[in-house]
Design a protein around this ligand. Structure first.
Ligand SMILES: C[S@@+](CC[C@H](N)C(=O)[O-])C[C@H]1O[C@@H](n2cnc3c(N)ncnc32)[C@H](O)[C@@H]1O
Length: 244
């Protein structure tokens, strides 16, 4: 059922990778701020501060304070690398937006622990990944929401084959009893339109059961305080999984 232009409730509809890519290229060109990959900051500057603090706290509660060998799928401009740099033994980041990778490389220039590669979740750069393996934790935050269901399942299947011990996954999800897909939704600030699938957490968990069968969920929950009322129909949801 399509209720308002570009907002589709309940149905499984397809979004196009080239439109997602165009959006992120434009977004990346806007700012070099490491917090700029966080969307929905119409609540003011304190919102990205709260999100960064909460992401950092919950990650450390799940994964611990020990040093980590990290791989991040859809790393953007290196926001997670920045949050976690005191516990990074090595960090490998992959993203399909070259402008973000340039920003990330500048941020960690001269720090040999950090390496970045261009690549899509739908075609991971295996040589780059294998060269930095094994990893204690794989992060994917706010990226699978830009994939269609078949692509999302293929991505998790690829992740399952990699030498990664645990996963910290976070996606903007629907707080309703149905998914919401934005198809070519007019962006207020950019010329490129926004495309995203806000799935229910249960839909992600069905993907995990099927495609990450060797992993079990250690902890999961909504990430940000729902009572803040910032997002009417969505909120971030996170899962910490470890290989059995
Ligand atoms: C919301 S940002 C999140 C960035 C980072 N994970 C963070 O939490 O700060 C989404 C990122 O996903 C990347 N992205 C989206 N779809 C992708 C795909 N199919 N392959 C690789 N990167 C993708 C975008 O370029 C962007 O950097």
């Amino acid at each position: 059922m399509k209720t308002r232009e570009g907002r589709i409730y309940g149905e499984n509809v397809t979004i196009r990778e080239e439109n997602v890519k165009a959006f992120w290229a434009q977004r990346a060109a806007l700012s070099g701020d490491t917090k700029s990959t966080l969307l929905g900051n119409h609540g003011g500057g304190d919102l990205s501060k709260m999100q960064n603090e909460r992401d950092n706290t919950v990650f450390r509660e799940c994964v611990g304070e020990g040093v980590q060998r990290i791989i991040e799928f859809g790393c953007g401009n290196g926001r997670w690398g920045e949050l976690l740099k005191d516990i990074v033994e090595s960090y490998s980041g992959i993203d399909f937006t070259p402008e973000y990778l340039d920003q990330a490389r500048r941020l960690f220039e001269g720090d040999g622990r950090f390496r970045f590669s261009e690549g899509a979740l739908t075609g991971l750069p295996e040589d780059f990944i294998r060269a930095g393996a094994p990893y204690t934790v794989g992060i994917c935050a706010g990226c699978v929401m830009y994939l269609n269901d078949d692509e999302a399942e293929a991505f998790y299947r690829d992740v399952a084959r990699l030498p990664i011990y645990s996963l910290f996954l976070k996606e903007s999800a629907s707080t309703m009893e149905k998914r919401l897909t934005l198809v070519d939704f007019p962006s207020k600030e950019l010329h490129a339109d926004y495309n995203v699938v806000y799935r229910m957490p249960s839909e992600y968990e069905a993907f995990f059961r099927k495609n990450l069968p060797d992993f079990r969920i250690e902890r999961k929950d909504w990430l940000y305080p729902q009572e803040s009322g910032i997002w009417a129909e969505t909120n971030s949801y996170y899962w910490h999984l470890s290989r059995m």
